[in-house]
Design a protein around this ligand. Structure first.
Ligand code: OGA
Ligand code: NI
Length: 342
């Protein structure tokens, strides 16, 4: 029984089990994906240089996605994070099943697909989900193995949080807001992490690692597998584009909360992860989230006669509940929060 709950427990099937097979119109059509698209790479060396602010603004407006290099998270730590993430999924079945849960409300859990209790078709992914802030509160319930897990992941969380705050400052400036506007609006930000494990898949053209979705939080910082591609983003013209791994870059995307705060100027763009038949892929997604009681609303300065408020205000607690109550790939969760003016 247990060995059917997580893909990473094996054995690997020769053909894709029916519960992972998408109906024909929903399949990824891998041959239609643009593999030569370039997602902007922004060098953060120069601090808050107006040029960086302009580059970030332009990337958030057009793609909702960009990559950063010289981001301040040490390459040694990134290497350790990647190593420990891979090792985690090689732990014994007994060790992993101790952490398994299909309860999406649990703050530390190892699970599979997205929301197995709710969805009709599953996704070819296992994931470890951790709440990480405040660290002292969650650290005691994190995995104890591999041995260095808690040490490496907590250091990674602190460094990436620092980077996230810096980016939110630059994003505020790029919207013409005060540098700390978004930081103040989001309150004492929570921080969640998903370590995603996508095993080789016998029929990748029939399924997803993660189907098209937008991220419900404010800002996502993704560490891709350096060798195996899988992340794809929907471009404004309606074509899916692959985000090829860049060995030194972290991938940044605008989440739903920033789309609201920016009154729709910045887009929380649809993205997905596809799988492949040859290689496993590991990615580490880091989500900055407003505190549960922070109220998200379009910034006053971005509301005007020609740009009325596109969304009503809401707390993140309310939003987050709605997000997990849906299937991942149905309509944009934000559509449920549109203002009646529009
Ligand atoms: C996510 C996500 C993409 C990837 O975890 O929200 O979009 O490449 N992951 O794993
Ligand atoms: Ni995502």
């Amino acid at each position: 029984m247990a060995d059917q709950l997580l893909l990473s427990l094996g054995p690997r099937p020769e053909s894709l089990p029916g519960r992972y097979v998408r109906p024909a119109p929903q399949r990824p059509r891998l041959s239609d994906v643009d593999t030569s698209a370039s997602i902007p790479v922004i060098d953060l060396t120069a601090g808050d240089d107006p040029q960086i602010v302009a580059q970030i603004g332009s990337a958030c407006r057009s793609n909702g996605f960009f990559q950063v290099v010289n981001h301040g998270v040490s390459s040694e730590l990134v290497m350790k994070m990647r190593k420990i993430a891979g090792e985690f999924f090689r732990l014994s079945a007994e060790e992993k099943m101790r952490l398994y849960s299909d309860d999406v409300g649990k703050k530390v859990r190892l699970s599979t697909s997205f929301n197995v209790k709710k969805e009709e078709v599953h996704n070819w992914r296992d994931y470890l989900r951790l709440h990480c802030y405040p660290l002292e509160e969650y650290l005691p319930s994190w995995p104890q193995k591999p041995v260095a897990f808690r040490e490496v992941v907590s250091e990674y969380c602190s460094e990436v949080r620092r980077l996230g705050f810096r980016l939110l400052g630059l994003i505020s400036l790029s919207l013409g807001l005060e540098e700390d506007y978004i930081l103040r609006a989001l309150g004492e930000q929570e921080q969640h992490m998903a370590v995603n494990y996508y095993p080789p898949c016998p029929q990748p053209e029939l399924t997803y690692g993660l189907p098209a979705h937008t991220d419900p939080n404010a800002l996502t910082i993704l560490l891709q597998d350096p060798h195996v591609a899988g992340l794809q983003v929907l471009r404004p013209a309606g074509k899916w584009a692959a985000v090829d791994p860049h060995p030194e870059a972290l991938v940044i995307n605008v989440g739903d909360q920033l789309q609201v705060l920016s009154n729709g100027r910045y887009k929380s763009v649809w993205h997905r992860a596809v799988v492949n038949s040859e290689k496993e892929r590991v990615s580490v997604a880091f989500f900055l989230c407003p505190s549960n009681n922070a109220v998200t609303a379009p910034a006053e300065q971005l509301i005007g006669e020609k740009s009325p408020a596109m969304y009503r205000s809401f707390t993140y607690g309310e939003y987050y509940k709605k997000f997990w109550a849906r299937n991942l790939d149905q309509e944009h969760c934000l559509d449920q929060f549109r203002s009646y003016n529009c």
